[in-house]
Design a protein around this ligand. Structure first.
Ligand SMILES: [Ca+2]
Ligand SMILES: [Ca+2]
Ligand SMILES: [Ca+2]
Length: 203
């Protein structure tokens, strides 16, 4: 193969590897003044389409989270194939927080108490105590790692079920949420990376 062809193949392949894409639903998630139960948007949904690959990894971000008692919050993420991960449950203690952004990804520390903006792994502080998510949320048990989505099809509806499990105290996720999908390496991208090695060797 000519070097120029190798380079084009490489560029195409890198575009495939690096093509993480983010989808958002900025609609506020709150309880309309209520202090417990399912949020008004239950679930809040994000439609993902047009991705021609399986998932390597996903991250989810909540924007503008405020609550007067952090550990009332339980949050479940369900993917288009039915894989589900308990993102947050009973974390953060009895603390008030205002306008926090929380990102969930594997390999990070647990969500701190009180919440501080940052990236954390899915966190279920009272895992021994059963959580409840009313229908249409899927019945548990749910997975505890974002890796539950690895290898699945990202296209379709992603659902975020937000629940407040104690009366008194309420809050909102004012800016909604987003999901970022990182593609699984494809045969094309792997071949292209081999092309990169070949080009380097020939220099
Ligand atoms: Ca729990
Ligand atoms: Ca709970
Ligand atoms: Ca509450």
């Amino acid at each position: 193969m000519r070097k120029t062809a190798l380079v084009s193949c490489l560029v195409l392949g890198l575009a495939t590897v690096a093509g993480a894409q983010t989808f958002s639903n900025p609609a506020m998630i709150d309880w309309a003044g209520e202090t417990a139960g399912a949020a008004v948007l239950y679930p809040s949904e994000i439609e993902v389409s047009g991705l021609a690959y399986s998932i390597e990894s996903v991250t989810v971000t909540l924007f503008g989270l405020s609550h007067t008692w952090c550990n009332d919050l339980d949050i479940l993420l369900v993917g288009p194939t039915g894989a589900s991960v308990l993102l947050l449950s009973d974390a953060g203690g009895g603390n008030e927080v205002v306008d926090i952004n929380l990102t969930f990804a594997d390999g990070y520390p647990e969500v701190p108490s009180p919440f501080v903006s940052g990236t954390y792994c899915p966190t279920d502080v009272e895992a021994y105590y059963p959580d409840e998510f009313p229908a249409p949320a899927p019945v548990g048990p749910w997975d505890s790692e974002m890796a539950a989505f690895t290898g699945t099809d990202p296209n379709g509806t992603w659902s975020l079920y937000v629940y407040d499990d104690v009366g008194q105290d309420t809050g909102a996720i004012a800016g909604g949420w987003s999901i970022t999908v990182v593609p699984e390496p494809t045969v094309l991208s792997l071949l292209s990376l081999s092309g990169l090695a070949l080009v380097r060797r020939r220099r």
